[in-house]
Design a protein around this ligand. Structure first.
Ligand code: ADP
Ligand code: ADP
Length: 597
């Protein structure tokens, strides 16, 4: 026997790139200190964190944001906005702050217990800084826009003050799903190091992966001659994205059956995305370095928030690539550009578009088409585009459209005709085999929102409650018909995001104030004019009309029946109601606009 073979393998020192700032931050208190700190925390005032802040806390705690080790104090925050750097000089393109509303328990030099929505204790924070921040300035500087269609540009609910200070983390947020894939940076590094590869290329994604992505990651692995860190975001992504349970099932199916299985590490990233395009791409690179990657794939429209309220993209398609490339040497993370690949049906293979002669037939399906033309319509993706096992998982999650959920959101002045039209529509839907739940603003106020008044804050709370229930109904495949004045644009945008934009139909009941006042079915206008009630929409409180509603109704020239029929026809056109046998099929719209109706 060869003596060499009996020697134990020497432990190879890790050749992975070190974390940014050279050390992985770890904020978890040692096990022996846990009991004492827990007992201490039970006497502290508590702060319940939003889902977003919990994601941020988790990545701070495990070193995903190294060298950052706390929610940013003012000097870090300001420098991040202006120069994309921490006060230490390290690159950091995205603010990570803990916004809260002022409360008597929030004091400088006090400890506070940070908890999740279920009140589980996550961390103890020593409040070392409290400062105001300017929402609009942050949106403008980080996202480059304050347009309400940016999923994060409107941040009125983020709290007016930012808190910062030392964090002692007692436990990480608990995730019951896909536990074997939830690896911290240290665990990810250990697994990557075991492969012995020096180069690791990370792939960021918030979408299901298709054959084109498989081709692309295969090429990236060959290019760097290393490992792939397939690193999907499972924290918060863009409203309307395929849910992460479905996505992760598709990633597993894809890796299991592929030629790159032994060169791929699939791990989940609990990041709350900001959809900040270029700045976000640079952040993705920094985070992936902490997980052990020295390359990041950056393609077209990386971390894109889609289009603004004028229909224009927020960022140029390659702005993200350019920004990461500009800082690549300093950050130590190289960019592997995603070149656009197209399918060649005659050769059954993928090729870079730039290398395909103009006379050769090509095929491609864009991400938007995948969602709007296939998934949302319950249509099966073709095998040349998606592996059948992946298509199968997606088909389970996306039944035919007439069995998917949808929210009809009626907005307009009091007395405009929202309830009248909504009630008729409900009856018509039942006639056509769809169940519907009506959430009427007035009715909701008698139970779900009992006790709420008509201040801006209370009105917003009422709308959010309706939005929350509607989102649940839609998620379970039902029809939610909401009829509430919902006077504020930003709040309606928020509920659109809660429900998911592809399943949200805004119906603007555009009845002039004079007409509503003349109808005065509930006698409210007369009271408002007499000053007996104040803050009445249209009289002494504003109504902000929608800029791009899916449907606008005229209740002066049209009867309630005609309007309800028109909405039904629209739902048929979008596929949410099955076309009747023998009736004319409407052309399928692509962008949710009302088209030729
Ligand atoms: P993200 O929103 O973070 O960019 P995606 O899952 O949409 O997540 O994209 C993952 C990566 O693949 C990104 O780098 C993105 O730029 C790239 N990508 C996705 N689709 C395309 C495409 N059709 N052409 C070029 N790059 C793409
Ligand atoms: P909202 O829910 O918007 O406050 P309602 O539907 O409760 O409004 O009240 C609208 C009033 O206007 C009802 O009395 C209804 O009969 C009357 N109305 C008159 N014409 C129309 C129309 N074309 N569409 C809807 N309502 C109408």
């Amino acid at each position: 026997m060869n003596a060499m073979m009996t020697q134990p393998n020497p432990v190879k020192p890790s050749t992975l790139i070190p974390p940014y700032g050279d050390e992985l931050v770890n904020l978890l208190v040692p096990p022996e200190a846990l009991d004492e700190l827990k007992a201490y925390a039970s006497h502290l005032p508590s702060l319940q964190l939003s889902e977003r802040s919990i994601c941020d806390l988790e990545l701070l705690a495990i070193g995903g944001f190294s060298p950052l080790r706390q929610f940013m104090p003012r000097d870090d925050h300001q420098r991040v906005l202006e120069e994309m750097r921490l006060s230490s000089g390290h690159l950091f393109p995205i603010p990570v702050t803990l916004p809260v509303d002022p409360e008597p328990t929030i004091h400088l030099d006090r400890d506070i217990a940070l908890r999740n929505a279920k009140n589980d204790l996550l961390a103890v924070m020593t409040i070392e800084a409290i400062y105001e921040w300017d929402l609009k300035q942050v949106a403008q500087m980080v996202f480059g826009t304050i347009d309400v269609r940016h999923p994060l540009a409107d941040m009125p609910r983020w709290g007016k003050l930012n808190l910062s200070g030392r964090l002692q983390v007692l436990q990480l947020p608990h995730h019951a799903d896909f536990q074997e894939l939830r690896c911290t940076p240290a665990q990810t590094r250990a697994r990557l190091a075991a492969s012995g590869c020096e180069n690791v290329v990370a792939f960021q994604t918030r979408n299901p992966l298709h054959r084109v992505h498989e081709e692309l990651i295969t090429r990236a692995i060959q290019r760097v001659d290393g490992m792939l860190l397939l690193h999907p975001v499972v924290g918060l992504t863009k409203p309307g994205d395929v849910d992460h349970y479905t996505r992760v099932r598709t990633y597993k199916a894809l890796v299991q059956g592929s030629a790159i299985a032994d060169r791929t590490l699939l791990a989940l990233l609990p990041l709350a995305m900001r959809l900040a395009g270029p700045r976000e791409a640079l952040w993705h690179a920094l985070i992936r370095r902490n997980y052990g990657a020295n390359y990041l794939i950056v393609g077209r429209d990386h971390a894109s928030p889609g289009v603004d309220s004028q229909g224009k993209p927020f960022y140029g398609p390659y702005d993200a690539q350019a920004l990461v490339e500009r800082h690549s040497a300093e950050l130590g993370v190289g960019v592997i550009p995603f070149e656009e690949l197209v399918y060649l049906p005659d050769e059954d293979r993928y090729e870079e578009r730039s290398r395909v002669p103009s006379q050769v037939r090509t095929a491609s399906i864009s991400g938007t088409q995948v969602r709007q033309e296939y998934l949302n319509k319950g249509r099966r993706l073709p095998a040349w585009f998606t592996r059948p096992e992946v298509a199968e998982i997606l088909a389970e999650a996306y039944p035919p459209r007439h069995r998917q959920g949808v929210c009809l959101w009626f907005t307009g002045l009091s007395g405009a005709g929202k309830s009248t039209t909504a009630d008729l529509l409900t009856a018509f839907l039942l006639e056509h085999g769809r169940q519907a739940t009506v959430l009427d603003g007035d009715v909701v106020r008698t139970h779900l929102s009992k006790g709420l008044g008509f201040s801006k804050e209370d009105r917003d709370t009422n709308i959010r409650r309706i939005g929350f229930v509607a989102a649940e109904i839609v998620r379970h495949g039902g029809v939610a018909i909401c009829a509430a004045v919902s006077p504020y644009l930003a709040t309606r945008q928020e509920v659109r995001d809660m429900v998911g934009p592809d399943h949200f139909i805004e119906v603007f009941v555009d009845t002039p104030l004079e007409v509503c006042e003349q109808r005065d079915a509930k006698g409210m206008y007369a009271k408002a004019r007499r000053g007996e009630i104040t803050g009445f929409t249209g009289i002494d409180d504003p109504y902000e009309p929608p800029s791009t509603p899916e449907i606008t109704l005229d209740t002066v020239a049209q009867t309630p029946e005609a309007n309800a029929q028109r909405i039904l026809a629209y739902l048929r056109q979008r596929g949410f109601v099955r076309a009747e046998a023998g009736s004319q099929l409407f052309a399928e719209g692509t962008n949710g606009a009302e088209g030729a109706l």
